[in-house]
Write a protein that binds this ligand. Sequence first.
Ligand SMILES: [Fe+2]
Length: 403
Amino acid sequence: MSLNMKVESMLGYHTFEVPTAIKHGIGAIKNLGEELKAYGSDKVLLVTDPGIYNAGVTKPVEDSLKNSGVDYVVFNKVEPNPPVRLIGEGAKVYEQEGCNGLVAVGGGSSMDTAKAIGVEATHEGTVLDYEAAEGKKELEHRIPTLATIPTTAGTGSEVTQWAVITDEEREIKFNTGGPLIAAHLTIIDPELHVSMPPHVTAMTGVDVISHAVECYTMKFAQPVTDAVALLAMEYAAKYIRRAYADGTDLEARYGMAQGAMLAGLSYGSESAGAAHAMSQTLGGIIPVAHGQCVAAMMGPVMEFNWKGAPERFARVAQAFGIDTTQMTTEEAAKAAVKWMYDLVEDLDIPTLQEQGVPTDMTERLVDVAMEDPQTVGNPRDLSKAGYEWIYKRCFNQVPSAIV
Ligand SMILES: [Fe+2]
């Protein structure tokens, strides 16, 4: 079942590149300072958010820098859905302080902020000039040495070649990226994940599974992204409930951290699908937490999509740990959808309405989702009617055929 491929995925010119050295292990953070010195960085901008910083999560990071004699300046102003103005502020500090490296500590917002600061530190203009869109400039220079230190198992931004930044004026989130923006190294240490509260573990963890599922089932998936996506699903499916229920379960934290990184390698090299097209466009209008928003959408999106790639969704069911031996392909594909609905319920993910999304703006949300580049690779063809059905299913305005 896993080898079933769409012809679209064989056309074109695929590449898979990992510019980021991946280092990991329990307690691995102690190596950060020496690693940075090996890259020639002796004064870094430590990019993080106030919550992480005030909770003391950056302490082992700072200890490692101090122990190795690496000077650092703290920039702890990262906010969710980081806007262009924040990038400018960080880039100014980077320049004024004479930094020669970046360390990002946190979730996707901190890592994407650091990547974008790196863009402004090495290019003319603002990060807005380098939006991945027609008529905009291509990145020309490698960003300064960047070490990503994820404190959530979610975005996978530690290894992706993208930064997602919010343009508050246009009310959109835009991407900038390519191999030049990727981190030089990441240090994945599950000990930094144990203080993550259950609801953050839940929403970022479902985001991991969504990256793997959306990339594995999309039209342009390639064998190498299939490989990492399937293992990401296996790790995350096995460990997500354990990590949610017992934050100090280091085995579960390690498994989730590896799952997040593997899923990042998959969708960060290709793309995602409807859930990410919807959540990114919605996130530009309403300040929802990305993972939580995706998690609330995943059941309806998978219910809509399975018909576009039934064999692949059946293989997803196996990766989720479902025994499909007595099932037809269609039964197995639907079992994967049901598994996702059950997971979201088990992890107490709030509905879109509970996240503050009004039910009467579907038309606008559908229009902007149609414009998102991730719509193109979705396994089932999307029209406005398709997106409308998914949104209505999210709002429980149409019945499910599966739950
Ligand atoms: Fe995501």
